[in-house]
Ligand binder design. Sequence first.
Ligand SMILES: [Zn+2]
Length: 330
Amino acid sequence: MAWFPTDADCLDYLEWLRWPEGFVCADCGHHGGWRLADGRFWCAGCDGRTSVTAGTVFDRTRTPLTVWFTACWLFATQKDGVSASSLQRALEIGSYQTAWAMLHRLRSVLVRPGRERLSGTVEVDETFIGGEEPGLRGGRAKGKKSLVGVAVELKEPKGYGRCRMAPLADASATSLRAFLADHVEPGATVITDGWQGYHGIGELGYSHDRRSQRAARARGHDPGDLLPGVHRVASLAKRWLLGTHQGSVDPAHLPSYLNEFVFRFNRRSSRSRGLVFHRALELAVAHEPVRYRDIIIEPKPKKNPPTAPGGRGHPRSLERPPANRPWRAA
Ligand SMILES: [Zn+2]
């Protein structure tokens, strides 16, 4: 707050993040222009006028940039992030929906297209978010919970590197192979349990290290210790969802919460909190605008067909912020 006391300071910083080599017109690609008295830019190529925030996540925001910056600071640098209700209280933002939508806009910028996949030695497993379902076959039959794939790099001689988490439609070979292809670099050594869904992943270019639970039990080892890395990451994520967000995450929004968890986990050893803040803003200013309707309806895992009207389960609208309060665009 000392660095960015006014919106003009925030605009300067965003300008530097967006155009480190100087103004580039988003319309015509021309390099070079003038800054106008009102803070906007005038393109010398096409005569167009634009602003630093146009075409970014901050496009047309009615929330002051100083409030955005503080929200981003709390979001990126607090150990457990921030919930919409604490953000609303901390910043004295008028409505819960505004705080809620700001956080969802920040979450939606975190996944950079083409980011590097995990490599080296990687543990992979699935877990249910929202609690285990005891008594189901192998813990893998789907109940009401969301099934989530977890992958984490193992470091030598000990410790963990980066992780990835993403919802899975089911624990079939097709879903697990798609998860691996998205998140783990071919050539990596992939450690899994004995689940048949992982059979034959060597064909995808992985070196497969299967750890059989039955064999562990026969050796007198605890089968729960076979994949300590993924279990550690999964339990941290569950604790975070239950703590900061009090478990109030609906399946439609789970992917973006998982992205937030992964973003912070992968930067947990970053020595400078300022760098994490910088990175989040850099992604935000490079990301196209996120419409409110894109936040309230997020894509579900591909193989899950939408529930037909009158179908079972809670309508998604129950999980949204209360609609009886007037909505103010963030
Ligand atoms: Zn132009």
